[in-house]
Write a protein that binds this ligand. Structure first.
Ligand code: CMP
Length: 143
């Protein structure tokens, strides 16, 4: 079954949006297979955001993502990578449609509430950065 990595960022955790975010994905029908509240180290932040190294916003991005607890999650379901990105909305909350998570709860690109993997390759990479295989739960087929 397709899996993706989603993370409520420090702004979302601080503002009490974990429940709202989890609820949206649960109601859509996706299954939560792993979750933890954690503080990201500089090293993990650099690995996770490796593709952005060298960009002007990279230092601030690392500073922000390590600034407080995040809620890291793995979700699974048919088409979860594409659908979860639709549900999150565009990276810049000012461009994100109302009804999406960033459109409803975000204001600026650096504090856009949630991160989600953008492809199968990045989902696999990000899941393995944040979780061990034995932390991923397995649902029985008819549950
Ligand atoms: P995310 O989906 O976590 O992936 C990279 C993050 O960089 C992005 O969300 C934004 O929160 C953050 N970011 C900060 N500044 C910028 C910027 N100027 N352009 C794009 N992304 C930015």
């Amino acid at each position: 079954m397709e899996k993706t990595f989603l993370m409520v960022k420090p702004d979302g955790v601080q503002r009490g949006l974990i429940g709202e975010v989890v609820s949206r994905f649960e109601k859509k029908g996706f299954k939560l297979v792993a979750a933890k509240l954690m503080t990201i180290t500089d090293e993990l932040a650099s690995s996770h955001y490796a593709e952005h190294k060298g960009k002007p916003f990279f230092p601030k991005l690392v500073e922000f993502i390590t600034s407080g607890p995040v809620f890291a999650m793995v979700w699974e379901g048919e088409g979860v990578i594409t659908t979860s990105r639709q549900m999150m909305g565009k990276t810049n909350p000012q461009e994100a449609l109302q009804g999406t998570i960033r459109g409803d709860f975000g204001l600026i690109v650096s504090k856009n509430v949630i991160h989600g993997s953008d492809s199968i390759t990045s989902a696999e990479r990000e899941i393995s950065l944040f979780f061990n295989e034995d932390e991923l739960q397995v649902y029985k087929k008819d549950s």
